[in-house]
Design a protein around this ligand. Structure first.
Ligand code: AMP
Length: 284
């Protein structure tokens, strides 16, 4: 595995990889890798085949953090990440500096203006603009045939898929399942911020999805979303350290809000533990 720091070198390496005629598959990450990221890299390896090239990008992208958020303190662990990427089967690790991606005078942004507005977009108004901008730049630099994203960030995957269609990137967007800890908490780099007491209560996100699933399964007709939301909010309220940001029901493809909840409706939620914000989602 090669580690690459400059845009010129990643262009050169991926150009050579494409010329070999074998697939090039990209996995964008912000590093501090965990089992969720590693599952995406393994999926990319499967898609690329033994002779293809798996590119993992590792870049803490400041434009997707709100001014009040944790950009400066976001965990960084390049040495450990390098070893993990190698073990998981990556060929190229692209770990550029901030200046390599955002040169002085950078003033162009990519905005998806429909799917990005609600849920995460409502709570974090400039977040998706940062995500789509950096992913578009990575797509241009690497020019992969496919890119792998996690279902953990369901809305992000939908926004990126829309951008890919709208801007004619000839790239297949593959979404891999959410990887969880034993007790159901979705793996996240931000779980490391949780105190032991918060960590214990953080399983409530998974519990909300499970409870909603059970309610849908045992209902004989679609359930009114407002009533189900109230019931689920009480579960979150019971956890002393948790503060709900949102619970939303929606169509998994269009992200249109659902007034009635039935099998196949998607649920997403965001919960604060102190200043740590966790998200999760699942199909009901
Ligand atoms: P991040 O480093 O948090 O920006 O995440 C990079 C990629 O890993 C995104 O496509 C995420 O959706 C994905 N990801 C993060 N956590 C998980 C998880 N627990 N399971 C599967 N994919 C994940």
């Amino acid at each position: 595995m090669k580690t690459i720091r400059t845009t010129r070198a990643i262009r050169r390496e991926t150009k050579a990889a494409r010329a070999s005629g074998h697939p090039v598959v990209l996995v964008p990450t912000m590093g501090c890798l965990h089992g969720g990221h590693l599952s995406l890299i393994r999926r990319a390896r499967q898609l690329a085949g033994a002779n293809g090239t798996v590119v993992v990008s590792l870049f803490v992208n400041k434009t997707q953090f709100e001014p009040s958020e944790d950009f400066a303190s976001y965990p960084r662990s390049l040495r450990r990440d390098t070893a993990l990427c190698r073990e998981a089967g990556a060929d190229l690790l692209f770990a550029p500096s901030d200046a390599a991606i955002y040169a002085d005078g950078h003033s162009t942004f990519v905005v998806e203006s429909r799917l990005a507005k609600r849920m995460e977009g409502a709570s974090r108004p400039t977040h998706f603009r940062g995500v789509t901008t950096v992913v578009a730049k990575l797509f241009n630099l690497v020019q992969p045939g496919a890119a792998v994203f996690g279902a953990k960030d369901w809305q992000q995957a939908a926004v990126i898929r829309q951008m890919t269609v709208d801007l004619d990137f000839p790239i297949r967007i593959v979404v891999a399942p959410t990887v969880r800890e034993r007790d159901g908490l979705a793996m996240s780099s931000r779980n490391a911020y949780l105190s032991p007491a918060e960590r214990e209560q953080a399983t409530v996100l998974h519990e909300v999805i499970g409870t909603a699933r059970l309610a849908v399964k045992s209902a004989t007709a679609p359930l009114p979303a407002a009533a189900l939301r109230r019931r689920l909010m009480r579960l979150v309220d019971k956890q002393r350290l948790a503060k709900l940001d949102y619970i939303e029901f929606f169509d998994p493809k269009t992200l249109e809000p659902a007034k009635r909840v039935a099998r196949g409706t998607h649920l997403a939620l965001a919960v604060f533990f102190g200043s740590t914000r966790l998200i999760d989602n699942g199909r009901l």
